[in-house]
Design a binder for this molecule. Structure first.
Ligand code: KG4
Ligand code: ZN
Length: 325
């Protein structure tokens, strides 16, 4: 078995995965959403202290499996430096105490493997990763061969939901709150401009749209918030759809997946399904529980890392907050 630790942002999570069968033996996650909610976003130092409390309490439930562990997996990139270090320090201590190696796991690979929890992986696959930290289109051939073909020039899809929610005083995380508020709003109520709609670039940008939302919030009262939320969600998603359409013209999709916290958005799922219909391409999604950050996906990626022998000595493991794929 592999014990896996995730602490790249505001979720403390530990899982135990059986290597042969990929079975998820144990999984627990403690989210810090409530604690960060009053600030409208993640406060890194607070997140770090909360991981320092939550991770040992989760780990104490795993002691009966210690003798069966063959490796400790841990997210060491990318993420917040001060929170990644909490998971990495725990992984080093366990590696030293149990005399087993560490498997360093890239968080983005973890999100991609959230598609294959307790399943065989199937490649090639084109993946849209939409989270609080990332908006990327990735061509995945194998665990080691993943190529980012489009990325954001500034902010991410999920973060733009967080900021829009913060501007309207809704709380954190903004994604589910905006999605819910949008249900009672008119998505054509505000005519925000779709980012980069005239640009031939296949890239993403959310800073301009965030600014448009800010101006709308400042110029209107609370009765307009449902319309602002619905119009924002429509335009933020339309931006992804327009760029995917452009990309698909050159590279028609065969198998397509959306992963990351924001892949839970039902409007995005519907719009993407429509877009894929003429291509007869399957839309592959993770279970809702595994869309946002969790250690089950890190454990599933770790099974691949274990097979490939990507072991690291505890003395050589560093955190790489900015490293991408
Ligand atoms: O993957 P994740 O848990 O953490 C990162 O790796 O960033 O993603 C969290 C992000 C947050 O920005 C959150 O607002 C967004 O995913 N999110 C959503 C939805 N649920 C979560 N965004 C849009 N619609 C949702 N339903
Ligand atoms: Zn994530």
């Amino acid at each position: 078995m592999i014990l896996s630790i995730e602490s790249s942002c505001d979720d403390s999570s530990i899982s135990i995965t059986e290597i042969e069968t990929k079975k998820l033996i144990y999984h627990k996650k403690i989210s810090q959403e409530l604690e960060h909610s009053r600030y409208g976003g993640v406060v890194p130092e607070l997140a770090s202290r909360l991981h320092a409390q939550a991770l040992p309490s989760i780990l104490s439930e795993c002691e009966s499996w210690f003798s069966q562990l063959k490796a400790i997996a841990v997210t060491n990139e990318p993420g917040l430096g001060v929170t990644l270090i909490e998971g990495v320090v725990m992984a080093k201590a366990l590696s030293l105490a149990l005399h087993i190696p560490i498997l360093p796991i890239n968080h983005l690979k973890g999100h991609i493997y959230s598609l294959f929890i307790e399943k065989e992986a199937a490649f090639p696959i084109t993946v849209l990763l939409v989270s609080g930290g990332h908006t990327q289109l990735i061509e995945v051939e194998s665990y080691r061969n993943m190529k980012t073909v489009a990325t954001t020039m500034d902010d991410s899809y999920g973060e733009s939901f967080d900021k829009a929610a913060k501007m309207m005083g809704l709380g954190y995380p903004g994604g589910p709150l905006i999605e819910k508020l949008a249900l009672s709003g008119n998505a054509k109520g505000f005519s925000f401009t779709v980012p980069l709609h005239q640009s031939p670039l296949i890239a993403f940008s959310y800073s301009g749209l965030k600014n448009q939302v800010r101006l709308a919030v400042e110029a209107n009262d609370i009765s307009s918030y449902p319309d602002i939320a619905a119009s924002f969600q429509r335009v933020a998603t339309e931006h992804l759809i327009q760029k995917l359409k452009k990309y698909f013209k050159i590279n028609p999709p065969k198998r397509f997946a959306i992963v990351g916290g924001a892949s839970a958005n039902l409007y995005l799922r519907e719009r993407t399904s429509e877009l894929l219909r003429p291509y007869n391409a399957d839309l592959i999604l993770s279970e809702l529980t595994y869309c946002s950050d969790n250690a089950a996906m890190i454990g599933r990626a770790a099974v691949e890392a274990f097979r490939l022998g990507e072991f690291r000595d505890y003395r050589d493991l560093l955190v790489n907050p900015r490293c991408q794929l």
